[in-house]
Design a binder for this molecule. Structure first.
Ligand code: NAP
Ligand code: F7E
Length: 325
């Protein structure tokens, strides 16, 4: 039986990845940080019906000794470093914490693996945010980076540390440069989920308006369920490498909203309020990924359209709010 260790297992991607690996017969270990609300922090794992199937171990990405203890105990064949302070807007309010967890946390995890299980295959959750002020209209593995937030700068450090550990120590360390991916398990602060939750509340008469910031920003949005398959595929390759994971289609926040409102038959213009407070100090105006390498080398392709995903998310929020689940 293969075993895997996932940091960030309580997050959106961690939950879907755990489900995928359990389905493949893996023993799945998850690093979970100490919290006073441990009874609710496995909500996503419970939503997927797998909370009892993963081995949760306490630790924190800011504490190298805890990471070493966990890697030593689990002896994983594969390590997926998904833990992060992942909300871009918060990274301007907590830049040092973001650097410590999102950036240095990756270095700490690489060190723990190098010292305790150097033959483990390692995955780093890199991000399209690293392209920031885009240097090419369609971003690929060779496009230069230009980070535009403390989050993106921290991710860029993690990305290069992953490349460096591969080149310095021969570790099987891969970096997945994933473009935005969403699902009914997406955190409520991210724009897709904020929109689908807001639309569901308006539909059910629980709210009358939806407040957003820059709706002209464009993103290349895919489904988290599809994207965790790419993570796993990267670690099954003979050689480690870096891959862009994206759909190759970019859509504005406004048009994404339109899909959600249309699904429940409500007029967007009547309910949408633009709130200047929600704009960011620096914006990533547009992202569009080229997944050609992932298709050619991993045989990976996105399976879910943006329209289907947004409808799935609206339906899930309607069900959640109606049943109080
Ligand atoms: P998420 O839902 O925000 O999950 C983040 C996870 O990190 C949570 O499990 C969180 O634990 C954990 N975490 C935070 N601080 C930690 C610490 N100090 N020690 C240990 N764990 C800690 O993020 P996601 O959307 O699943 O994304 C997964 C990864 O991919 C992240 O690294 C993110 O930056 C990156 N990424 C995401 C996207 C995307 O579009 N979703 C795209 C590119 C890259 P708690 O539950 O305790 O908070
Ligand atoms: O914003 C605009 C906002 O917060 C998307 C993370 O997973 O993907 C994510 O980062 C766009 C931005 O995601 C609101 O200004 C407008 O242009 O959903 P988001 P993000 O910042 O792209 C990358 C790949 C990651 O790696 C990150 O971890 O939407 N926007 N109005 C808004 N965004 C939010 N959150 N809320 C608004 O009201």
């Amino acid at each position: 039986m293969k075993s895997a260790l996932i940091t960030g297992i309580t997050g959106q991607d961690g939950a879907y990845l755990a489900q995928l690996l359990l389905g493949k017969g893996y023993k799945v270990h998850g690093l979970v940080r100490r919290s006073s609300t441990t009874d609710v922090n496995d909500v996503r794992l419970r939503w997927l019906g797998i909370a009892g199937d993963v081995n949760v171990i306490d630790g924190d990405l800011s504490d190298l000794s805890s990471l070493m203890r966990i890697v030593r105990a689990a002896q994983p064949d594969e390590v997926y470093n998904l833990g992060a302070q992942s909300f871009v807007k918060t990274s301007w309010q907590q830049p040092l914490l973001t650097g410590a967890i999102t950036g240095l946390g990756c270095a700490a995890m690489l060190e723990a693996v190098r010292l305790e299980k150097p033959d483990a295959h390692f995955y780093q959750a890199s991000s399209s945010e690293m392209y920031g002020m885009i240097q090419e209209p369609m971003q690929s593995e060779t496009t230069p980076f230009y980070p535009r937030s403390p989050y993106a700068a921290a991710k860029l450090y993690g990305h290069w540390m992953t490349v460096n550990y591969r080149e310095s120590f021969g570790m099987h360390a891969s970096s997945g440069i994933l473009f935005n991916h969403e699902s009914p398990l997406r955190g409520i602060e991210f724009v897709t989920r904020k929109v689908t939750d807001g639309v569901a509340k308006i539909k059910l008469g629980m709210a009358s308006e939806l407040r957003l910031g820059n709706i002209d920003a464009k993103r290349d949005w895919g489904h988290a369920r599809d994207y965790v398959k790419a993570m796993w595929l990267m670690l099954q390759q003979e050689a480690a490498d870096d891959y862009v994971i994206a759909t190759g289609r970019t859509v504005s926040v406004r048009d994404m909203c339109e899909i959600a409102f249309q699904h429940v038959g409500l007029p967007l213009e009547k309910h949408l309020v633009i709130d200047p407070e929600l704009f960011r100090p620096a914006e990533v105006d547009v992202l569009l990924g080229n997944p050609a390498k992932a298709k050619a080398k991993l045989g990976w392709e996105p399976e879910t359209s943006l329209e289907d995903m947004i409808r799935e998310m609206v339906d899930a929020d309607l069900a959640r709010l109606s049943t109080g689940r």
